[in-house]
Design a protein around this ligand. Structure first.
Ligand code: CXF
Ligand code: ZN
Length: 378
């Protein structure tokens, strides 16, 4: 029995920002009150892992264990945990859902105020790490998940119990990327049947927005990307039209989309993480009722250039969202059921699967734009 004892296992450690991960033996401490130790079954690589892997700041953030899109089995629970038990299949999520605060109790938000979102190097409730290397050096956490380890400790606020019948290499996608995209269309924008949608950036998140919009009954889904090959790919997820933003001539993308849609799209989504594209998306959502949702993660400090006059006169809305506006514990099981009922597509997102030892290959595939989701089997 491992319960209550430290576990020695393998983890892929980011020793230095931007350097290949190093697979090494680590020690994973037992869970403290309101925490759960899970054996990670598989994890998939999300672009945010790459964004933070490259980041040199804050100083002292390395060594750390990245990874936040995963599925696992509960190995043991800390004190005061009755939501899950040993053997349960769970999805960890980076966004806490405490279920107790004003925001978690409201249908209108998924931004917990008891445990506000942060890229913390520690456990949620304690300024501590559960990881050490064999020399006793502390290894930091990432996004409260750190799934690039065969075992990890996650707070109960970041855990959703799921139906074990779903294949793990599909379910893990609902832990971050696909949920974020589908949720943005479904919960944040509330796309209606018959609407026109424009999606800036057809990576996994943009394609998941398309999938969500398709499920909501959107009739026109316009994909915008600089890679023309994304149109064929996008069609699988409901993309009906394509704009190559690198080939718009003297027109701006927003002009092109306004002309295509006779005045603008009902819903626009920015999935690249480029402030100038948020401006473009806002510019081509329809006056009066258009909504623009920001999903992309741009560099800290990048600013929009909207004029207040423009916002006033347009009657449009601009909204941000983390995790697509979804509440993990209530909404992930709904998406999971829709996959089991063959409505929501997940298989199509998985372009690659690798063994844990090949985790750096998963990084290369995503960096080179060759993969949508690469599942890493632990
Ligand atoms: C992101 C969302 C924006 C901040 C960092 C984490 N989510 C997951 O990939
Ligand atoms: Zn992610």
């Amino acid at each position: 029995k491992t319960q209550g004892k430290p576990i020695r296992c393998k983890a892929a450690v980011c020793r230095q920002a931007g350097d290949p991960l190093v697979i090494e033996e680590v020690i994973v401490a037992p869970p403290r009150p309101r925490e759960v130790r899970i054996r990670v079954i598989c994890t998939s690589l999300c672009h945010s892992d790459i964004t933070f892997w490259k980041l040199q700041v804050p100083p002292g953030i390395c060594p750390r264990i990245l990874g936040h899109e995963a599925i696992g089995i509960v190995e043991s629970v800390g004190e005061n945990v009755d939501e899950v038990a040993e053997g349960d299949v769970v999805l960890p999520t980076f966004l806490p859902d405490c279920g107790e605060c004003t925001d978690c109790k409201s249908k209108k938000s998924n931004l917990c105020s008891q445990f506000p979102f942060q890229v913390s190097p520690c456990m949620l409730r304690y300024q501590e790490s559960r990881f050490t290397d064999l020399n006793g050096e502390v290894l930091h956490h990432f996004l409260f998940v750190s799934s690039f380890s065969q075992y990890t400790v996650v707070d109960i606020a970041n855990i959703t119990k799921v139906d074990p019948a779903i294949p793990p290499n599909r379910a893990c996608l609902l832990s971050c990327g696909v949920s974020t995209g589908v949720g943005a269309a479904w919960k944040k924008a509330s796309v209606e049947p018959g609407s026109t949608v424009a999606i800036f950036g057809l990576g996994a998140i943009g394609l998941a927005v398309a999938e969500g919009a398709r499920l909501c009954g959107a009739t026109r889904i316009i994909g915008v990307d600089i890679n023309p090959g994304k149109f064929e790919l996008g069609k699988k997820f409901g993309v009906t039209d394509f704009v190559n933003s690198a080939r718009c001539g003297d027109k701006s993308v927003s002009q092109v989309i306004k002309e295509m849609t006779d005045g603008g799209a009902d819903y626009c989504f920015e999935c690249v993480g480029m402030a100038s594209l948020v401006d473009e998306a806002f510019a081509c959502c329809r006056k009066g009722w258009g909504k623009t949702v920001v999903l992309g993660v741009d560099k800290p400090g990048s600013m929009l250039s909207l004029s207040s006059f423009e916002v006033l006169h347009s009657g449009k809305s601009l909204m941000g969202s983390l995790f697509g506006g979804l509440k993990a514990k209530t909404d992930i099981p709904v998406l999971l059921k829709r996959y089991m009922d063959k409505e929501l597509q997940l298989d199509e997102f998985v372009t690659h699967e690798v063994k844990f030892e090949e985790i750096n290959e998963a990084f290369n595939l995503l960096l080179e734009g060759k993969s949508l989701r690469c599942v890493i089997w632990m």
